[in-house]
Design a protein around this ligand. Structure first.
Ligand code: OOG
Ligand code: MG
Length: 257
């Protein structure tokens, strides 16, 4: 695609400003840019965050479960860039003003003890993990009505907005098939298993290593990798208390003001 770099900067500014000011934008025209170009726009939008003082803290994977693909009508794996400003303390009360129409979904988080680059096997990926944790991701598409094409959602940093990490566990803890219940205001709203994430969240980490390397930003020691949601996402309403319980790993919670 021959989209001029000034156009790419304009797209990046549009998505970044929508995120910064929590104001929805229209979807870009179908065909305005392809998926590869969308990753370039994503990178430029994150550069704007970094210029404002945010630091990269890792990456997130998206559409790694059938539940999420079906909910959003997108059937390709995607990824986005995480920054420290997206991190929300476990148990915190989150201000609603920073979001447009947030949703929450249960995930597994990894912290890497070593750099992890390129084509790796599952055992190689496992050997790089320092610890694992139950996590919640708050996604908040900048597009009106949370509707997007694959290229749109990639340009919009895979809808990433916030993430909450629960208690860390040793990497030896098996995580391939752990039950998950996500409760909102004491009621179970989503039930599932970590097996829904590509059969094992470690497969998501293998993809993350490959995709980050291709982008020229290989996974670094100390980074967080979010493996992608195991269930469909749930809308957040003011006053909601969210608690996700993970078999053997404990729970992760926040409230939405
Ligand atoms: C895109 C982000 C997908 C996941 O965990 O599958 C994602 C979206 O659903 O808006 O974060
Ligand atoms: Mg997610």
């Amino acid at each position: 695609m021959n989209t001029a770099s000034t156009d790419l900067n304009a797209f990046a500014e549009t998505v970044d400003e929508a995120a910064r000011t929590a104001k929805a934008i229209e979807q870009f025209d179908q065909g305005a840019f392809d998926v590869e170009t969308a990753y370039h726009i994503q990178s430029l939008s994150i550069q704007r965050r970094v210029a404002r003082g945010e630091a990269r803290s890792g990456i997130k994977m998206g559409f790694t479960s059938r539940a999420k693909m079906q909910q959003m009508g997108v059937h390709d794996l995607i990824w986005g860039r995480l920054t420290d400003a997206m991190m929300i303390a476990e148990g915190a009360e989150v201000e609603g003003q920073r979001f447009i129409h947030p949703r929450v979904e249960p995930e597994i988080a990894f912290v890497l003890g070593d750099d992890l680059c390129g084509e790796v096997s599952i055992p190689e990926a496992m050997a790089c993990v320092e610890c694992i944790a139950p996590a919640l991701e708050i996604i908040d598409s900048r597009y009106q009505n949370f509707k997007f094409s694959l290229a749109d959602v990639v340009a919009d940093n895979a809808s990433s907005s916030g993430y909450v990490i629960g208690p860390w566990a040793a990497p030896e803890e098996p995580i391939d098939n752990l039950g998950i219940v996500m409760n909102i205001n004491g009621r179970p709203r989503q039930c599932g298993s970590t097996a829904a994430i590509l059969g094992s969240p470690y497969r998501s980490l293998v993809h993350a290593a490959r995709l980050a390397e291709i982008a020229g930003e290989p996974l670094q020691a100390g980074w967080v990798v979010l493996a992608g949601a195991a269930t469909a996402a749930e809308h957040l309403q003011p006053g909601d208390q969210v608690v996700a319980e993970f078999q053997n790993l404990g729970s992760v919670a926040f409230s939405y003001k």
